[in-house]
Write a protein that binds this ligand. Structure first.
Ligand code: ASP
Length: 434
């Protein structure tokens, strides 16, 4: 038992992830797809669900307390401006790179070329209502921006509306700073509360290997690797694009090129978050883990981690942007539509905007890709058929884009921390982490 805790958490989580994949596929092989799915749903899924509930429980209090205490720790509201500007600029820049890589890969691999419009006739349209409401939920840009300001902060906290919580937490933190002496006890209280929430996160992360195992085993037993047959080229193109983006944009350009930091500690440091992202397919659910990884493994100051990461989990989705661009080209190729250069640019813009609007929950990216399909001239009805065709296999694609999304948030948090002189490089380079 003591031996188990001596192994670094990231190693245990990776081990559980691989074991979950193997166990799920073995079940499927041994019992057949239907029986394996039913077995996993009955006996294994609850463990994954329990883990998900535990980390979801952390999201609202963790963001609220760490962000308020982070703002107080900054000591000067003016610093918020430079932090915010740097963060948003970097989020846009990485997403632009992501879309470009995605479009290049989709043009090289031509995942839709072997399909024809008839392919989609048999699409699963049973969940179309879900798709429609998913797309409708996005609303207009103005509505989405207005919705960031909560009319009732308590309601925003209760419904877990992350952008509104961030907005209120920042205002409240600034208020505490401006109130000065009288608000000192409140400041201290928030400091204690945020420390306590981080401890709760640590406890829950000890259960991550079991949760990740159960989530992976259930996904594999239910879905298998069928995606590789049905949507093989799209899946391969997406995985390659995401890996390239993680290695080139985050690793090569940001961490090594701009920040001049060694690469290995970065990738080791974000492993837990990546594994949880991959198994849950939700950046929001992964958020508490992303925050802990950034603070404890990468040495990102808590004010930076507490503000940059929640924002990233909601607006920075590079994997999703890669995917939305790819789906647009996939649809165009299958429908035999020629895409002009101007349309490429429009698809890139649309993919960037849509990825910002996508929620950090499973399948959000797929539901919104209909918007990009219309950009290449595909009518709504057919767009829904294409989405319905991909839907049953989306999970394995979603896992990879979520992993990319979370890695991107962490890379940006590291960069902003370094620029703000809030990166503890001793922690980042800590040798005992290996
Ligand atoms: N599941 C992704 C996320 O949470 C969003 C998407 O569907 O692309 O980051």
């Amino acid at each position: 038992m003591a031996k188990w805790f001596e192994i670094h958490l990231w190693k245990r989580v990776i081990f559980a992830l691989v074991l979950g994949i193997v166990a799920g596929l073995a079940l499927r092989q041994g019992m057949g797809p239907d029986a394996a799915g039913a077995f996993a749903e009955t006996w294994i899924a609850w463990l994954g669900e329990l883990f998900l509930r535990l980390i979801r429980m952390l999201i609202v209090p963790l963001i609220f307390f760490t962000l308020v205490s982070g703002i107080i720790a900054m000591g000067d509201p003016k610093r918020l401006g430079s932090l915010g500007a740097r963060t948003i600029a970097l989020y846009f820049a990485t997403t632009a790179f992501a879309v470009s890589i995605g479009l290049i890969m989709a043009s090289l691999f031509r995942p839709g070329a072997s399909l024809s419009p008839e392919t989609f006739e048999g699409a699963d349209v049973s969940r179309m209502e879900e798709v429609r409401s998913g797309a409708a939920e996005a609303g207009s840009l103005v509505d989405r921006l207005l919705a960031i300001v909560p009319t009732n902060p308590v309601e925003a906290l209760a419904s877990g509306n992350i952008l509104s919580i961030i907005f209120f937490a920042i205002m409240f933190g600034v208020g505490i700073l401006m109130a000065g002496e009288v608000a000192r006890p409140v400041a201290k209280w928030f400091d204690g509360a945020s420390e306590a929430m981080l401890k709760v996160t640590e406890i829950i992360m000890e259960t991550a290997p079991f949760g990740v195992f159960a989530l992976m085993a259930t996904t594999m037993a239910t879905n298998g690797l069928g995606v590789l047959q049905s949507l093989g080229t799209l899946a391969i193109a997406l995985y390659i694009a995401c890996v390239l983006h993680i290695l080139i944009t985050y690793g090569g350009i940001i961490i090594k090129g701009v920040l001049r930091l060694p690469l290995i500690p970065f990738y080791r440091g974000v492993t837990d978050a990546q594994a949880v992202a991959y198994s849950t397919a939700s950046s929001s659910a992964t958020l508490p883990v992303t925050i802990t990884c950034a603070e404890e493994n990468l040495g990102v100051d808590k004010a930076v981690a507490g503000s940059v990461l929640p924002l990233g989990a909601t607006i920075n989705m590079d994997g999703t942007a890669i995917y939305i661009g790819m789906v647009a080209l996939f649809g165009a190729q299958a429908m035999g539509i020629d895409v002009s250069l101007a349309q490429y640019v429009l698809i890139a813009l649309m993919a960037t905007l849509v990825s910002i609007g996508a929620a950090g929950i499973p399948s959000a990216g797929l539901f919104l890709s209909g918007l990009a399909l219309s950009q290449v001239g595909i009518p709504e009805e057919q767009a829904f058929l294409i989405i319905g065709f991909i839907l049953p296999f989306d999970r394995l694609l979603d896992m990879m884009r979520t992993l990319t999304n979370v890695t991107g948030d962490s890379a940006v948090a590291t960069a902003v921390a370094k620029w703000e002189r809030e990166l503890d490089e001793d922690v980042y380079r800590a040798p005992d982490f290996y």
